[in-house]
Write a protein that binds this ligand. Structure first.
Ligand SMILES: *Cc1c(COP(=O)(O)O)cnc(C)c1O
Length: 434
């Protein structure tokens, strides 16, 4: 399979090159040249299949030409060695719990898949070490660091703003050692991102070392996120629910997660429509309602993994629907909520149903409360475990949130970081000497 750039100014490349480079040379995002369809027969007995079996069929449809089947199967089975259960919340609304992986957020799926695929390409060619640079405000760093831990031929550098991530998040990427290096930057998240961007543009640095991104711009991180949309469908089928009016609500920031679902639908997954659920960073909500896309600086909210002012994957959505606002808005509708509304939804749902949402899932769930018709079945993606936002959630529900053992284990490790200023020259010098 070939991948083209959404900017249309650079040549098509194969999967390996798309994954190793992350971004196309014209700074566009890679898209698969063909979106293959999955035969209808697959959906007939999907309710009998496991998550791993389903994911392998989907992966093979997308990547089967580029990765030999036994290897691909191992990558998929190893990536998804945890469950993604669909849990009934109330009436016709279900939570797809994406927080049962090692760092308790959905990013585990894409990060683990990408790490294994990159490791495979690297071993196959015996090429130089690939260096993954990732700037994080919390969740991405932990998923990427844990996903890539001990993958041969890959080194990971996590840049994070000193004092601006939670203790739990920090422990998840500063205590691992091995091929993971945490860089504690005396600045903001934007400073971290600027350092990473400058590194990708620096000619001398790129000649010296192979650099790539593990952000959702990378096809190996974002495409595998479609696996669990198929699994949600399978679980509804198993429950004997009607399958012709499924609506999926996706708490969105950079729009990688929802874009994976949209491509899944294009491959034949019978989802009738999507909801893009936003916090106050409602750039796409505004686009859906007006046809005008105007990015602006992000606003801090309690659903902070969705604080994005210019969602990078929006370019892929435009590409998928040939820039047609009417096509896009016929399949996706938008909702946007304030912090007060998010907190109110979290507290009310806990009181009424006993189900504890995290602030991101609360945005997705509330969109179903307001946007779902009585004859539809609604699924929202519960993108992280509420304990990852312990302080915020405890204040809202006025009760203690217990930390799962998996998360607590990270707190026992010893923190090790390298201190950095926001100076690119210092960062470059550090990398050149690695
Ligand atoms: C990253 C993240 C999101 C946003 O996902 P996108 O793919 O960037 O739209 C939502 N919720 C949580 C908990 C996240 O970590």
């Amino acid at each position: 399979m070939q991948y083209y750039s959404t900017n249309g100014q650079s040549p098509k490349v194969g999967l390996q090159e798309a994954v190793v480079h992350g971004l196309a040379s014209d700074r566009g995002l890679f898209m698969p040249e063909i979106i293959p369809t999955i035969p209808k027969a697959f959906f007939k007995n999907i309710s009998e299949m496991t998550l791993q079996e389903i994911a392998y069929v989907v992966a093979n449809t997308l990547f089967g030409q580029d990765v030999e089947s036994e290897t691909l199967k191992n990558i998929v089975y190893d990536t998804l060695n945890f469950d993604i259960p669909l849990v009934h919340v109330d009436e016709n609304r279900y939570s797809l719990e994406l927080f049962h992986g090692p760092t308790l957020a959905f990013k585990d799926v894409g990060a683990r898949f990408m790490a294994r695929l990159l490791g495979y390409f690297n071993q196959k060619d015996g090429k130089d070490v690939v260096n993954v640079l990732v700037a994080t405000s919390g969740d991405t760093g932990s998923a990427v660091a844990n996903g890539f831990l001990n993958v041969p031929g890959v080194k990971v550098y996590v840049l994070y703003p000193k004092g601006k991530v939670s203790k739990i998040q920090e422990a998840q990427f500063t205590t691992l050692g091995a091929n993971i290096t945490a860089l504690e930057v005396n600045g903001t998240f934007d400073d971290c991102q600027a350092l990473v961007k400058s590194a990708f543009m620096d000619k001398e640095l790129n000649e010296k070392m192979q650099l790539t991104s593990a952000n959702s711009i990378n096809v190996a991180r974002f495409l595998p996120q479609m696996f669990y949309y198929f699994y949600a469908y399978a679980q509804l089928a198993k429950m004997g629910k009607p399958l012709d009016k499924i609506v999926v609500s996706v708490p969105s920031g950079n729009f990688g997660n929802i874009t994976a679902g949209l491509i899944g639908k294009r491959m034949g997954l019978p989802i009738s429509r999507f909801i893009a659920a936003n916090n106050k960073n409602d750039i796409v909500y505004q686009y859906l309602n007006t046809g005008v896309y105007s990015p602006r600086p992000s606003i801090a909210t309690i659903a902070n993994a969705m604080d994005v002012g210019d969602p990078s994957n929006f370019a892929r959505i435009l590409d998928l629907y040939q820039n047609s606002h009417s096509k896009i808005s016929s399949e996706i509708s938008g909702f946007t909520y304030t912090d007060e509304q998010i907190a109110e939804t979290l507290a009310d749902t806990y009181k009424k149903t006993g189900y504890l949402l995290d602030p991101h899932g609360a945005v997705g769930y509330r969109s179903l409360l307001e946007g779902l018709k009585p004859d539809e079945i609604g699924v929202f993606l519960e993108t992280a475990h509420p304990a990852k936002f312990k302080e915020t959630v405890e204040l809202i529900i006025n009760a203690k949130v217990s930390i799962p053992a998996k998360l607590a284990a990270f707190m026992k490790g010893t923190k090790s970081t390298i201190k950095m200023t926001t100076s690119f020259n210092a960062f470059k010098k550090f990398l050149m000497n690695e």
